[in-house]
Design a protein around this ligand. Structure first.
Ligand SMILES: Nc1nc2c(ncn2[C@@H]2O[C@H](COP(=O)(O)OP(=O)(O)OP(=O)(O)O)[C@@H](O)[C@H]2O)c(=O)[nH]1
Ligand SMILES: [Mg+2]
Length: 611
């Protein structure tokens, strides 16, 4: 047996805070490394291939591609930057030998920069740094480079790790350079840095196979494809492989296909060895964290652990009066099967049963993490109803702990007072405050995750849309007791039917409407926000009385204020404990849990009497 070093191969991942330009950089690298034909039309951010990724302009899933440079094959993994998908980054770091940390030259390091750097340092990876977007007029690259160094130091990086190689770059314009005063060229300095600083994979190609399954892809033709990096040994398309399962059993089968990654495509391969990133199909039940091994002496690698979920929500079968009209999958069986399937690849997700078979508690890393799952399910044809997101508390001896976030606000200095005032009752604690560019400030808070819920909407209106806000889970801390709920009540429908302009017009000065005319409503459905405290029933389906028709010519036109747009995540933030969000392929509605107002009152009174 002999260790070899694969000088012909490199594997690295690009990591950063959300929007710092990772996917744009991958585009530029692939283009300049000649992955696309000269005349090939390539869409922007080609790696964001999932529909939801395209719509939202963010990366949700890690993906790999490869290019060739100076005779070396380089596998490159693009990762998501949003904190809710941190679990996705944590596990793919096990697949690479190096990471490239991208930092926006104007924004500087932000919470997720810290998170992904910390995870990389823990795995002993030696990061390369790219100060990106230096073309921005507000770029301050030198200062940001200093801040990055401070971040390394504060995370306890070794001397060697702190001596990181770095470049200044613009991924949008496709260049990188060592010194700012050099002319803008291309990305060759970056491609060279990768070859020089990402260690070539090492291992014994003759030892028994070991490959940790890090990602699962799916193809209509071959089913589940287990993707991972070969730690040792060699895999051949025509030889059996043993799958060491998480439950301790072993399953031996011949792969139906062996894939390697070339550019953006999967290609058939005959064999692959130490350091190669490959896909193996033929194991329909394979799970992330399992090991592909040699059938002669199967040995599992330690499975991956990712941080625990911090937030949970009930997912239930749709019980609204309009249930079953818009979706294909509406039963508890459908829901249970779908959630079980999701667990196979969504590592940071947990699902638990409740007393009723129609409802499950689903836990994840944040509202966006669960929101994306809900959005995916509704597109597949599911109908369901979900409850208000709850943080997951922990018990430590006598003490109750709750999750906290590190919150960074970047906002016009004139809004600082108003914003601080709102964060007080939400139990936000100011940690740091710095002037940040012209007329702006950067504030850092520690705040219970609960206190942050629903804050985004308020914050955007307080800063007239000029505020940026970033948060990341920072750990568990002291439970801060009850927090004030929503300041205003809702307008709920008292009568079922279809909303009319006439009835909406009559009610619109009572608050802010969430629906327009010709919308199906039911009793107890939330149709707007009351301008005062407490809920108010409104009839939004009333038609104009016929006697008025005669004078209609003289009547002024009834012009409705456009309804407030309430997309899914906003609804999740908005609802209170006694309310639900109803999700169907065609509609997102909010409702009271108990639809009948009289019954609701009676239950409230009973509850009050009890306590
Ligand atoms: N000015 C400037 N803008 C850039 C540059 N690179 C990326 N952007 C812009 O920044 C935004 C985010 O770019 P992405 O490449 O999607 O960022 P990302 O890091 O992949 O984002 P996530 O995957 O969601 O974390 C887009 O609007 C890009 O056009 C750059 O070098 N200069
Ligand atoms: Mg991206």
């Amino acid at each position: 047996m002999a260790q070899i070093t694969r000088e012909d191969l490199r594997n690295f991942a690009i990591i950063a805070h959300v929007d710092h330009g990772k996917t744009t950089l991958v585009d530029a690298i692939l283009r300049q490394a000649g992955v696309f034909r000269a005349n090939e039309a390539v869409e922007e951010r080609v790696m964001d291939s999932n529909d939801l990724e395209k719509e939202r302009g963010i990366t949700i899933f890690s993906k790999n591609a490869s290019y060739r440079y100076q005779g070396v094959k380089v596998n490159i993994v693009d990762t998501p930057g949003h904190a809710d998908f941190g679990g996705e980054v944590e596990r793919i770091l096990r697949m690479v030998d190096g990471v490239l940390l991208l930092v926006d030259a104007a924004e500087g390091p932000l919470p997720q920069t810290r998170f992904v750097l910390k995870k990389s340092l823990e795995l002993d990876l030696k990061p390369m740094v790219v100060i990106n977007k230096i073309d921005r007029p507000d770029a301050r690259p030198h200062e940001v480079l200093d801040q990055v160094l401070n971040l390394f130091i504060s995370l306890g990086a070794s001397e060697e790790q702190c001596d990181f190689p770095y470049l200044y770059a613009s991924s949008r314009h496709g260049y990188a350079k060592k010194e700012l005063d050099e002319p803008d060229g291309d990305l060759r300095p970056l491609l060279d840095m990768v070859l020089k600083h990402v260690p070539a994979p090492q291992g014994d190609p003759d030892a028994g196979l070991q490959m940790l399954v890090t990602t699962i892809a799916y193809s209509e033709y071959v089913g589940r494809i287990a993707i991972g990096r070969i730690a040792r040994g060699t895999v051949r398309a025509d030889r059996s492989v043993a799958l060491c399962r998480l439950d301790g059993t072993t399953q031996v089968a011949r792969p139906t296909k062996l894939f390697s990654f070339e550019g953006l495509k999967r290609e058939d391969a005959e064999q692959a060895s130490v350091g190669d990133i490959v896909g193996i199909s033929g194991f329909p039940e394979v799970l992330i964290g399992e090991t592909m091994a040699s059938p002669e002496a199967p040995q599992a690698l330690p499975p991956m652990t990712v941080d625990e979920p911090t937030i949970s929500m009930t997912f239930g079968v749709n019980t609204s009066p309009l249930a079953g009209q818009e979706g294909k999958y509406v039963t508890s069986r459908n829901l249970k099967d779908r959630l079980e399937r999701e667990l196979l690849s969504n590592l940071a997700l947990r699902v638990a049963p409740t007393e009723t078979p129609d409802t499950f508690v689903v836990s994840g890393r944040g509202e966006l993490h669960l929101g994306i799952l809900l959005e995916t399910m509704r597109r597949e044809g599911f109908e369901l109803e979900v409850g208000k997101p709850q943080v997951i508390l922990k018990q430590e001896g006598e003490k109750t702990l709750e999750p906290y976030e590190q919150l960074i606000l970047d906002l016009p200095t004139e809004s600082v007072g108003a914003v601080m005032e709102r964060l007080g009752p939400r139990r936000g604690e100011l940690k740091d405050m710095q002037p940040f560019g012209e007329g702006r400030s950067r504030l850092e808070f520690s705040i219970p995750s609960r206190g942050l819920m629903g804050f985004r909407t308020e914050y955007l209106s307080l800063t007239r849309g000029e505020g940026l806000m970033h948060s990341v889970f920072a750990g568990y801390g002291e439970y801060k007791g009850d927090l004030a709920g929503r300041a205003r009540g809702v307008l709920f429908a008292t009568d079922p039917g279809e909303s009319t302009t006439y009835a909406l017009y009559a009610n619109q000065e009572r608050g802010t409407l969430f629906i327009g005319p010709q919308t199906k409503v039911y009793m107890g459905m939330i149709v707007g926000e009351n301008s005062r405290e407490g809920d108010l029933g409104v009839n939004v389906t009333k038609a104009k009385a016929l006697t008025n028709v005669r004078n209609s010519g003289s009547e002024e036109a009834q012009v409705l204020t456009p309804p407030r747009d309430m997309p899914l995540e906003r609804c999740l933030e908005y609802i209170e404990d006694d309310e639900l969000v109803e999700i169907t392929p065609l509609n997102i509605r909010m409702r009271k849990k108990v639809l009948d107002a009289t019954q609701r009152k009676r239950m409230e009174r009973a509850r009050a009497a009890l306590s």
